[in-house]
Design a protein around this ligand. Structure first.
Ligand code: SF4
Length: 348
């Protein structure tokens, strides 16, 4: 077998293409928007995390090589038929946001919330969380959400007279609360500090104190810079950005919304985008009739861990019948996480 490090990039790409042709319909490669171009070129489908998991669940392919971060491959594992094998090119591609919330810490806060207001809180986890957290929500009548439907899900719970326990992204929670006019009815907690609940014990929204390092990079000064440079730019940012950044911008929206707005805007439009740089750069290359700039060049180092050699190495292992690198979850986690995902899909 070739030493992959000794191959040129072109040789690696040729081998990946050859393997793709050999696997034919037995292989499906879903690729997240934030992946490097060297991976995107091999995509059978490109999309955001949930979109990719949905299509992965429907594919007839026996092998799914999910090019994104680990929690995304876990969602694909939860939704895919159990006879299928799910892989990720680089198992070290985790998500620092997901790492803010672990079930033991969540259970502690959950017990406090249930003592304060028995049976009133509904746990909601952002898709960007570990499968075990999704399973916690599934076991406790809760559900998952994405940045596209989080407001709808909060509203549904609150209008039903219940309270929301949201994790793990503080900014998404606060930005959503503000959009619903509930910015003052929330309390921020985490596994280490839940004393806030002493003062704010009647909060209708309790929000976990995690954040995405990629979106936290953006500041109101970046927005000011672009406004000053050219007032013709429209500024759109992801809701994982700090509330001050969202407030200073013209629009905020999920990855899919950002993509749709840019693609649907007239030729000559000028955009500044506050989200992961690989996506912004690709949008700029695909929409040459518009001016597209990054709010700042913020790259998700974890997404970038999947490299062409990792993809080739994964495909070669699958070809040899070596499935030791597959993404595995316990039956209980799959069962409970699936409940949380299905509740969201029922509402969408
Ligand atoms: S962009 Fe943020 S939320 Fe998405 S994978 Fe990277 S660290 Fe996690």
């Amino acid at each position: 077998m070739d030493n992959l490090q000794e191959l040129s990039d072109t040789e690696v790409d040729e081998k990946i293409l050859k393997l793709k042709n050999e696997f034919k319909e037995d292989l499906f490669i879903p690729v997240h928007h934030y992946q490097r171009d060297e991976i995107v070129q091999f995509a059978d489908y490109t999309g955001d995390s949930l979109e990719l998991s949905r299509v992965s669940a429907k594919t007839e392919a026996k092998f799914i090589v999910f090019c994104g971060v680990y929690f995304m491959a876990e969602i694909a594992r939860v939704l895919a038929d159990e006879r299928k094998y799910v892989f990720i090119p680089n198992r070290g591609a985790g998500c620092p946001l997901a790492d803010f919330a672990f079930p033991e810490d969540i259970e502690n806060v959950w017990n406090i919330l249930n003592r304060l207001h028995p049976h009133e809180y509904i746990p909601v986890t952002y898709a960007n969380s570990h499968a075990a957290v999704k399973a916690f929500c599934g076991r406790n009548e809760g559900l998952i959400c994405t940045s596209s439907n989080v407001a709808k899900i909060f509203k549904y719970i609150l209008e039903g007279g219940k309270r929301v326990f949201f994790m793990p992204d503080k900014n998404l929670g606060i930005n959503t609360a503000s959009s619903l006019g509930m910015g003052n009815d929330l309390c921020v907690v985490d596994g280490y500090s839940h004393e806030n609940l002493n003062e704010k014990k009647d909060s209708r929204l309790v929000i976990w104190n995690g954040f995405c390092i990629v979106h936290r990079v953006f500041t109101p000064d970046h927005v000011k810079y672009w406004r000053k440079k050219d007032s013709g730019f429209k500024i759109i940012v992801h809701p994982e950005c700090e509330p001050e950044v969202v407030e200073a911008s013209d629009y905020s929206g999920s990855t899919s919304r950002i993509k749709k707005m840019i693609e649907g805007s007239p030729a000559g439009s000028k955009w500044v985008i506050g989200t992961e740089y690989n996506l912004v750069n690709r949008l700029s290359l695909q929409n040459k009739d518009k001016v597209i700039e990054p709010l700042d060049k913020s790259v998700c180092a974890n997404m970038s861990k999947n490299r062409r050699r990792d993809l080739l190495s994964t495909l070669l292992a699958v070809q040899r019948g070596d499935y030791t690198g597959q993404v595995l979850l316990s039956r209980e986690v799959i069962r409970d996480a699936k409940k949380a995902i299905e509740r969201m899909l029922d509402l969408s």
